[in-house]
Design a protein around this ligand. Structure first.
Ligand code: ATP
Ligand code: MG
Length: 422
């Protein structure tokens, strides 16, 4: 395999893909701002414990998918596979547990050593929000409504189904865990190898198994909702009442558990029908135990993350931004003046392309193809007369304008006007 390819599971974001990517991120940023989430960023790598402790030594992310390495000083570091642990670590290390509640938005690359396929990469990007502090079910409802608003802005909500489940509090979960182990132990020979291992370390995760044999066995397994205590039931009822009040539709999904150890109560995913197997575009839940697991004080939290690449596949088209105005020199005598004029027009806020080589005819043709609307043509002749030609590349019309390199405001205004002309 050629070393000049991007590494397996990674991709370049060339301008048109970048435009789609940005559209997704901007939509998430706007939706989260609408709810008071503020943007922040944590480092791309952390001490490995930040992930291994809360994500669970047995989780897929830690056992199979991590990018971990010892740096030159011998510190064990891990490229972040997700951002919730990093955000909660930042809250604890920044002493921010004094200023709860906190509402954060983030966007950036994540890294997981997975088998690459459509919608599943080794470096991918997520946008997400974390709401730290409240244990009220209205906080869960608010972040889910925010996720729905984000997907709606992308035109993706109508093709998505919101799957919702309650994992209950610690007491409910451990009662259920015991019942599930008893049930699954009678099928242990038929379980997939992965699930055999999970049975010993985290049986709840078997509910999430994609193996068809496992799924068959699970059909008659005890149901989590039958083990929820009153407090857990009340939390879920409160959440669904709020979602119903806000007109956010949802379906109950008793097998939805989410991959990670620290979730409690709410687990949810928005799943689209239009992306095949990799249909989960946004997922999240409540993680009240996470801060303590990281060694901080107990702080409740709820949040979600969405896959930017998967959502970008749903965005029909987005064009990379490019200048609408070019300065085209007719001959080398106008090179420096053109450069100076370009800077002045940029000072006036006009985006300018300044092609540096080629004959004037070729440059004009190329500019037209690149979406330039107005060409400012300047040559030695124009320079001597203190004029330029403004050519409209859409209809070929041309007009002469005065050139004053001491004050280009007049010319800037003329260009702005011809850009507005139909
Ligand atoms: P999946 O079940 O698809 O593996 P997950 O449960 O591992 O998803 P999360 O950890 O909840 O995913 O991440 C949130 C979102 O990030 C996912 O819903 C998905 O859109 C996106 N995502 C996760 N892993 C990848 C990946 N390897 N490549 C691209 N996007 C991803
Ligand atoms: Mg995964």
């Amino acid at each position: 395999m050629s070393r000049l390819q991007p590494a397996r599971g990674t991709a370049d974001l060339l301008p048109d893909s970048m435009a789609k990517h940005r559209l997704v991120i901007e939509a998430a940023r706007a939706a989260s701002a609408c709810y008071g989430f503020q943007e922040m960023a944590t480092p791309i790598f952390e001490f490995s414990e930040v992930f291994s402790r809360p994500l669970g030594e047995s989780s897929d992310i830690v056992t199979k998918e991590n990018y971990s390495f010892a740096d030159r000083g011998g510190e064990m570091l891990t490229l972040r596979p997700e951002n919730t642990a990093g955000v909660v670590r930042a809250m604890i290390s920044g002493g921010l547990t004094q200023s709860l509640p906190l509402k954060y938005f983030y966007a950036g690359p994540m890294f997981r050593y997975e088998r690459p396929q459509k919608g599943r990469m080794r470096q991918f990007h997520q946008v997400g929000i974390e709401y730290l502090g409240p244990d009220d079910a209205l906080a869960d409802a608010e972040i889910i409504a925010c996720g729905a608003r984000f997907l709606a802005a992308l035109g993706a909500l109508d093709d998505c189904e919101l799957h919702l489940n309650s994992l209950g509090d610690a007491q409910s979960r451990s009662a259920y865990r015991a019942a599930l182990i008893t049930y699954l132990e009678s099928f242990v020979d038929q379980l997939s190898d992965d699930s055999k291992t999970r049975l010993a370390v985290n049986p709840l995760r078997i509910l999430d198994s994609k193996d068809t044999g496992d799924r068959q066995i699970l059909q008659n397994a005890p149901q989590l909702q039958d083990y929820l205590n009153d407090a857990s039931k009340a939390h879920f009822a409160d959440l669904t009442a709020a979602l119903d009040a806000a007109g956010v539709s949802w379906v109950f999904d008793p097998l939805l558990v989410r991959g990670l150890d620290y979730y409690c109560h709410t687990a949810f995913e928005f799943v689209t029908t239009s992306l095949g197997a990799q249909g989960t575009v946004l997922g999240g839940g409540r993680y009240d135990g996470l801060a303590e697991m990281l060694g901080g004080p107990p702080v409740a939290g709820v949040g979600w993350a969405a896959g930017v690449e998967r959502l970008a596949m749903l965005v029909e088209t987005a064009k990379a931004n490019s200048p609408k105005v070019a300065i085209i020199t007719a001959d080398d005598g106008a090179r420096l003046a053109a450069f100076q004029l370009a800077e002045q027009l940029r000072d006036s806020g006009i985006e300018i392309d300044l092609p540096t080589s080629g004959a004037i005819g070729k440059k004009l043709k190329k500019a037209g193809k690149a979406g330039i609307c107005v060409a400012v043509i300047i040559g030695s002749h124009e320079l001597a007369n203190n004029t330029v030609q403004l050519r409209n590349l859409e209809d070929g019309s041309q007009q002469e304008q005065p050139l004053d390199l001491a004050d280009s405001n007049g010319l800037a205004a003329a260009i702005a006007k011809s850009l507005l002309a139909p």
